[in-house]
Structure formats: C-alpha cells, structure tokens
Design a protein around this ligand. Structure first.
Ligand SMILES: [Zn+2]
Length: 248
C-alpha cells in the first residue's frame, strides 16, 4: 500500500529541479544582458533601451521614451544631436531672469535640411531633427518625389510675453527661453516652395503635406500650434519642447 502524501508534498520540486529552474532563469538574465549591452549587440538601436538615441534609428514604441530621456540632460541631448545636425555651440545667453538661452546653439542643419542660422536650444534642435528625418523627408518624397532641402523658420529665441488671440498676456512665452521654434515653410530639391501663409488651405499636395507635417510634429514636440489654432498662427507652426500636449 502506497504511503499517503499531502498535496503540498506531492507538488514540491526536487533539489535538482530547483537548481535547473535557477540555471534557466540565470541563463535568460545573462543572455538578455549580453544581447542589450554587448558592443556588437544584435538588438537594433531603435529597439534597445540601453543604447542612447540616434536620429537615424528606426522609430519603434521605445523612440518617444528615448527622446524624452535624451532631452532631459544637456549632455545626452548633444550626444543624440551630434548624430544628425550641424551647429556651433555658443556661450549661454542671459538677458534677464525671464529671458535666456541655456546651452545655446547656432543651428544650421538638421537631418540633411538646412536652416537660416538660428539660435536655439538642443531640445528644439533634436525634436526638429527627428521630425525631419522620420516624417518630413518621407512625406516630401511620397508627395513630390523630391527631397526636403530647407526649412524656413521665423526664429526661436524672442524675449517677449505670450501673445493670445485676446491680446497680450502676462505669462512669458516659451520663446523667451528658446524652448520653441516657429516654422513658416519648406523647400524641396525640385524648387518647390511650400509656405503656410499661401498653402495651408490648398486642396492639393502642398496642403496635404502641411497637414501631415502638423500632425506628425505633434508626435515629436510637446505643443504644436498651426493655422487651425488661431489667426496668430496663420503663417507658421509654433513648435514647443515644453508644455502639455496641445496639438491643433
Ligand atoms: Zn512661436
């Protein structure tokens, strides 16, 4: 006759079974560590959470998180920007308590598109580079079979208070710290010029390009305002690296 076993005694694994289990867990942990941290890791950069952001990496569900992590410090932002921009680092500007540019850059080019020299901060430059690389360049090729060559802007730093459709505001604009940039249009390699003031209402490819540009900017900037927001933005996109997810 078999001895009677209580249920918990039947389920308890042997010493050998527990050792094998521990061995498998350690193996998976070690393998994952090697796969992510090894200099020749097979995990592509876009999918690897421990590899810093590179502008040219494929966009994955990790990209937004990696971008926010990159812009969180001056050092990591510059490291990411250096993968796809031309600029000159400048000394900080401090005009007043409200008006300054910390980590000032003289930006000339992002992801292959030139800009008239603009003094701004790394976060704006890096977000613009991601937008150009992953949305504007493919959109220009799809719609016009041409390359995006230049971005027309109307400035980043401006020591002023906010403008609202109701008039002046006593709050300082994000332009006062160069945490925003105003974009007026785009130029393509076939000579095409696309301008918000002329083409926002266009029913053809220029209008569709601008709507797609606005929608995609919302994925890279914290605040995106277009002509749909109010008449103060009839001729430009206001793109901001700080704030609360306004996209209109
Ligand atoms: Zn603006």
């Amino acid at each position: 006759m078999k001895p009677h076993l209580r249920p918990e005694e039947k389920r308890r694994p042997s010493i050998l079974g527990r050792a094998a289990y521990l061995f498998v867990i350690c193996g998976i942990g070690w393998g994952s560590y090697q796969a992510l941290y090894h200099p020749n890791t097979p995990v592509p950069g876009g999918w690897n959470p421990v590899v810093p952001l590179t502008v040219g990496d494929a966009v994955t569900p990790l990209t937004g998180w990696k971008l926010e992590r990159a812009v969180a410090s001056a050092q990591s932002c510059i490291a990411a920007l250096d993968t796809a921009a031309s600029y000159t680092a400048m000394p900080d500007l401090k005009t007043s308590e409200q008006c300054h540019i910390r980590g000032r850059l003289d930006l000339r080019r992002v992801a292959g598109a030139s800009l008239a020299p603009v003094e701004t901060r790394c976060a704006i430059a890096l977000r613009t580079a991601m937008w150009v690389e992953h949305d504007l360049k493919p959109a220009a090729r799809d719609a016009f079979s041409a390359d995006l060559t230049a971005i027309d802007h109307i400035g980043s730093y401006n020591c002023r208070q906010m403008r609202t459709s109701g008039g002046a505001s006593n709050r300082w604009s994000t332009h006062a710290t160069a945490d925003a940039i105003d974009i007026a249009g785009f130029r393509l390699s076939d000579g095409t010029r696309i301008r918000l003031i002329d083409d926002w209402e266009d029913g053809g490819p220029k209008g569709r390009f601008l709507k797609a540009a606005r929608d995609s900017a919302c994925g890279w900037f914290r605040v995106t305002l277009s002509p749909d927001y109010n008449s103060l933005h009839a001729d430009h996109f206001h793109l901001q690296s700080k704030g609360w997810g306004l996209c209109r």
